[in-house]
Design a protein around this ligand. Structure first.
Ligand code: NAD
Length: 270
């Protein structure tokens, strides 16, 4: 995705950046000059590959921080650890996310708590932790990964849908508080992107309907995506890159769908 922005001298913390959308965001921010702090779960080999490839492709510093964002205190500590290592955090992308699919009656307590913690509470905790340094420098960019499910419901996703609605509320609140401080806060709302998180749901559909993964994936696209295709992670990353640029300094508090038109149709039929 070829838009370019100068983020030279900036430090970006991207949560949930060991795969999927977050990794694409970290790569594009590094490609445009930022040093990047990675976070999320991955094996040591996967982490080594990710860091080596970012260093090679971009020449930027990239380090991994293993903090578990289902824990509010660890989410705050993540910002301290990144600040100690890189000196500051200019760009915070709250992208880590978790999904669990079950009807209301059988939705487990621990999954409700995990989904709220990872998708929503962690974004509050990292934002609060990064606030004073962004305020003191008079510049900050916060981007939260929400979802089209911040605006729609989908049966059997109570934890996720509730958390993502909350992410948009948090985004608006933070935008207002940052408006005179040089800090913007926006949300991006992806449609279906074929990442490990989405693939799990496609796999479940394939098992349920006794069809192949490819046929199940096609069903998701046909039912939900007016464009007839998944959104590519690089398309989400391009939106984030723009929101991090100086050109976007008057854009704050928005929830930007990058969704192939899902929110236009208003249907979720899979
Ligand atoms: P993914 O599974 O590839 O990535 C999720 C990331 O979050 C991984 O790096 C994972 O290690 C990390 N993570 C999960 N739990 C964590 C925890 N407790 N602590 C720290 N890190 C944790 O999925 P993705 O699709 O790239 O998801 C990225 C974001 O995009 C999520 O917020 C998700 O809700 C959102 N989203 C995805 C889609 C889609 O179709 N894939 C659509 C809308 C929104």
């Amino acid at each position: 995705m070829d838009i370019s922005v100068s983020l030279m001298g900036k430090v970006a913390l991207v949560t949930g950046s060991t795969s999927g959308i977050g990794l694409a965001i970290a790569r594009v921010l590094a490609k445009n000059g930022a040093d990047v702090a990675l976070n999320g779960f991955a094996s040591p080999d996967e982490l080594a590959d990710i860091i080596t490839s970012i260093n090679k492709e971009t020449g930027r510093k990239a380090l991994h921080f293993p903090h578990d964002l289902s824990n509010l205190a660890e989410a705050s500590e993540l910002v301290s650890a990144v600040t100690s290592e890189f000196g500051k955090v200019d760009i915070l992308v709250n992208n880590a996310g978790a999904q669990y699919v079950a009807g209301i009656e059988e939705f487990p307590d621990e999954q409700w708590e995990r989904l709220l913690a990872v998708n929503l509470t962690a974004a509050f905790a990292t934002t609060r932790a990064v606030w004073s340094q962004m305020r003191d420098r008079g510049w900050g960019r916060i981007v939260n990964t929400a979802s089209t499910l911040a605006f729609q419901g989908e049966a059997r996703k109570a934890g996720y849908v509730s958390a993502k609605h909350g992410v948009v509320g948090l985004t608006r609140e933070v935008a207002l508080e940052g408006a005179r401080l040089g800090i913007t806060c926006n949300a991006i709302c992806p449609g279906w992107v074929l990442t490990p998180m989405a693939a799990k749901q496609v796999e479940a559909k394939a098992v349920e309907l006794k069809i192949s993964f490819e046929d199940a994936a096609q069903k998701f696209v046909e039912a939900d995506m007016p464009t007839g295709r998944f959104v590519d992670p690089s398309e989400i990353a391009a939106g984030v890159l723009f929101l991090c640029s100086d050109a976007a300094k008057s854009i704050t508090g928005v929830a930007l769908p990058i969704d192939g038109g899902i929110l236009v149709t208003g249907t979720r039929l899979v």
